[in-house]
Design a protein around this ligand. Sequence first.
Ligand code: F6R
Length: 368
Amino acid sequence: EKGGHEYFMLKEIEEQPDALANTLRGHFSDGRIVLDEQRLSDQDLRDVDKVFVIACGSAYHSGLVAKYAIEHWTRLPVEVELASEFRYRDPVLDRDTLVVAVSQSGETADTLEAVRHAREQKARVLAVCNTNGAQIPRESDAVLYTHAGPEIGVASTKAFLAQIAANYLVGLALAQARGTKYPDEVAREFAELEAAPAAVQKVLSTVDQVRDLGRRIADSRAVLFLGRHVGFPVALEGALKLKELAYMHAEGFAAGELKHGPIALIEDGLPVVVVMPSPKGRAVLHAKLVSNISEIQARGARTIVIAEEGDETVRPFADELVEIPAVPTLLQPLVSTVPLQVLAAEIAKTRGYDVDKPRNLAKSVTVE
Ligand code: F6R
């Protein structure tokens, strides 16, 4: 059942190309993005003047990634918020607010309560969910299902990638309804998304390299993760995976914040994982990150660099270099997250922990 794998999580990591392809399937026809179980009309989508993405844990990180895409495509303001915070403040909501509730299980207590609060305030709620007929989609105005298949490992992997893809579909549907993207642009963005499963398949060829790396750094006290732009939420997700699986202190930072505090943490031998943007697609940010890496390396950090293949400028500063395929910037999180998942799982295994059942955690958090 683990398909010859030592742990389910590795099997689920390898299922990610399928999870993405299945999530995208059927959502583009007759030249248009189509969402499923749509109880929101085109007019409702056109009227949207603000988007909230609410979720917990990895699902929240999928929202942070999607903010870059949705704002870029739709010119709508997007706020991404932890459900447990959203529901206890007094967010400004009305019938032109679209609340996207992202949940693999569809049963997360805080996300469900946030949905209820949003609906009481007359906001439109669209659930992005991996579980058919779960409570959150039942109480939402519309639902877009991720088709990652059941996730057995407690730590989210394929559901996370599928959530990013689904959130992007929501963004494209909004752009289409609002006319902020021409139909041919929407079609081109969708075609790029459809190429993501092949890119993720390609990055799986780094699994052995990253497992070996994981075994070598498994006795570290802490690991830091740095990224910028869409690489920032990837850094947060990498750190979360490591905390929950390997019980290690791990933190993700926006690389631009380094000088505002985190650089004080750098000490000899500390592994720092850096998610590099594309040297071509994001040259300015790339240069800034190269400078960050050289600074932390000079202070003794052991730099683990996730970079686009052929990125030669970064090589001198990388104690370990993991190469990922070149993809458009908004798709990079789908490939750059994969090595971070593998790294966390392998460190956990090397430390003797149950990768699929980390201590103190449950797959579905139905209590607060
Ligand atoms: C992390 C993880 C959790 C979940 C979170 C939300 O690996 O699995 O952080 O992402 O508990 O769960 P859902 O998506 O079911 O609402």
